[in-house]
Design a protein around this ligand. Structure first.
Ligand code: UD1
Length: 371
């Protein structure tokens, strides 16, 4: 049996670790959760643990917010003694947040003395945009990892170009789908959120949190103006990330009529909200995929995407760059006009989006074995 430390720090991580944790336990392995505390507000953290039936973490590092350097350094300092005390066969890290890279780096430095190995789930994604902190985290985490559990068929090419041996990579598919399929049906019967009952396909959903979109007054003002022009015809619900709320307050940006602001939502509530929407406007990676899986048009407010398959399937489109109020407006109109599209779970979803990625991840760990 394997002993595995499963590390998570931020909202999108929790969705990815849940199916892996449950599958490890189901097969009788020892799985211990480490929560770095990068996200700590109940709405960004505890709610996800409850929705995804995750137990209280064995280790809470409570690193909190800070600069990239502070946050990464704090995770490193606090994760190292946990790693020494737990002495696992594997450290599993997921995604591309600062906690992912920090935990991988600590483990890599201890590898030769203890034999511990690193598995990176969602390996091989690339946006090609080095200005994104997540791209730095992805590339370096992949470089440090022993087992690269890749998310998409094109990942192999990305890794090969970076000189990573193909033997280290195993294609496992998209583990977010495991969580999505597990809650999608249950969430449908849940009570609506604080915005009340909304007409199916009669509203849009907004999320924006990338520093490149929300930390600059001119750009955030333009984006909010673009959203406001839709909200006159299509009500928008915007569960707002704390970073974005702070920016709105700091820049004195008013909320246009027709936009309902809400606290960040838990996983089930968000799945339900998105499932009924006419369109989703976002800069999140996860939502690009979730909308693809359930066939909701999505407009992504980013210059590039590390998830190009979402554009190929046809649900997702990028706003014309650099984003303007007008560009956002026309992209959203186009998306709404096109309507729900894309694959279905049975037929058209991308390879490896079948709700069984966690099985393949644990299979790969078992094949790679103990130290
Ligand atoms: C992080 C990830 C990003 C991911 C996002 C999901 C990195 C580099 N970024 O971005 O890839 O898409 O999580 O949400 O790792 N804050 C709170 N409460 C919290 C956490 C944060 O109020 O529980 C506020 C703080 O002001 C903090 C800011 O949000 O400074 C940003 O948090 P941080 O963890 O640094 O990055 P995110 O923008 O959340």
């Amino acid at each position: 049996m394997l002993k595995v430390l499963v590390v998570a720090g931020a909202r999108p991580n929790f969705i990815k670790i849940a199916p892996i944790y449950h599958e490890l336990i189901r097969r009788g392995h020892t799985a211990r959760l480490v929560h770095t505390g990068q996200h700590y507000d109940a709405s960004l953290s505890h709610t996800f643990f409850a929705d995804l039936k995750l137990p209280k973490p064995a280790h809470a590092l409570e690193v909190g917010s800070g600069s990239h350097a502070e946050q990464t350094a704090r995770v490193m300092e606090r994760f190292d003694p946990v790693l020494l005390a737990e002495d696992p066969d594997w450290v599993v890290v997921v995604g591309d947040v600062n906690s992912t890279l920090a935990a991988a780096l600590v483990t890599a430095k201890r590898r030769s003395e203890s034999g511990v190995r690193i598995a990176h789930v969602e390996a091989g994604l690339r946006s090609g945009d080095w200005a994104m902190p997540e791209e730095v985290n992805r590339v370096l985490t992949d470089r440090l990892s022993d087992l690269l559990l890749t998310h998409s068929p094109e990942s192999a090419g990305h890794l090969a170009r970076e000189g990573i041996e193909s033997e280290r990579a195993v294609f496992v598919g998209n583990v977010m789908m495991d969580s999505l399929f597990a809650v999608n049906d249950q969430a449908r019967d849940d009570q609506p959120g604080p915005w009340g009952t909304l007409p199916p396909r009669g509203y849009g959903v907004v999320t924006l949190h990338r520093p490149s979109n929300v930390d600059t007054p001119a750009l955030l003002t333009a984006l909010v103006a673009g959203l406001g022009s839709h909200a006159e015809h299509l009500p928008l619900v915007w569960p707002i990330h704390p970073r974005t709320r702070k920016s709105m307050e700091r820049f004195g940006i008013a909320i246009p009529t027709g936009i309902t602001m809400a606290e960040p939502q838990g996983y089930r509530a968000m799945v339900k909200l998105v499932g009924g929407a006419a369109v989703v406007i976002t800069d999140s990676g996860g939502l690009q995929e979730e909308t693809t899986a359930i066939g909701i048009p999505c407009v992504t407010v980013r210059e590039s995407t590390e998830r190009p398959v979402t554009v190929e399937v046809g649900t997702n489109r990028l706003v014309p760059w650099p984003p303007t109020s007008h560009g956002l407006r026309s992209a959203v109109l186009e998306a709404i006009e096109q309507g729900p599209t894309g694959g279905s779970r049975e037929s058209g979803l991308p390879e490896g989006w079948d709700g069984r990625a966690a099985f393949r991840i644990v299979d790969a760990l078992e094949r790679a074995g103990k130290r």
